[in-house]
Write a protein of this length. Sequence first.
Length: 274
Amino acid sequence: MDIDPELPWGNWHRIEGRSSGSVYVDDATGETWPSLRSALWCGRLGMPTQNGEPPAELLELVHAVLAATARREPGYRQQLADLFEGNRLFQRMFHLWLASTGLAVPARNGEGVGGLTPEGWSVLHMLAATRPYDVRRNRPCAATIAMLRELGLGPQDREARLERLEQEARRWDAAFLRSDEAGRPTIVLAKRSDGPVPVLQTVWTLGFSTRNQRDGFYDWLCRHLDRWQAWGDLASQYDSTKLTHKLLAVMTEWIAERDHQAPFVTWPRLNETS
């Protein structure tokens, strides 16, 4: 089947009403599914359910890896620190599994995902559109798939890129924004509250010595906007250290990926003397 990467996966299914509820029918195979997510997870990928449902946390991980690959140059080190909590074996298995399904292309060096196939793009569209209600707010910072592909990126002047992204981000549930706090260049994380009037409130700040330093770090943050909502969930009015540690870990791996060879530590032999 030819997959249109601009259309959500499963757009060829037909909804049919039954006494037990609506089902999605694949007229080509005659199979029926309670949801498009089930059709993807159980039908297309051949995976088992959890309590009769596709495991939401694993579909969220598929979503996050596909979105990260769509957003920036593939980087297995950053994903290892951010998405896989340092579990390299699980990450490697997950990336190989994605490649075996035909949703992704492995990186040339064998580490991580090198890109998305047309079907991978289509699946990303579908997963973004069909998130369950309880995780819908964790959609990548309310950015559309089109925004993930171009917002904050491109050849234009850096300031123009950052200003346009900030204008869009002010409507999201979690957004990093530039500010000046007491005359000091600052980046703040504004997060929508859970109160009766869900206003934005500052839950994390980071000051810099110069505007150029701040804007350079903000440019890096903007290249990771698919992670803003997840990173925002680590910060609150009462504790923001988890977010700071997470950003340091991911940036450390980003720096290592930019080097031809990752930094390493050499230890002296037992019979060596200083």
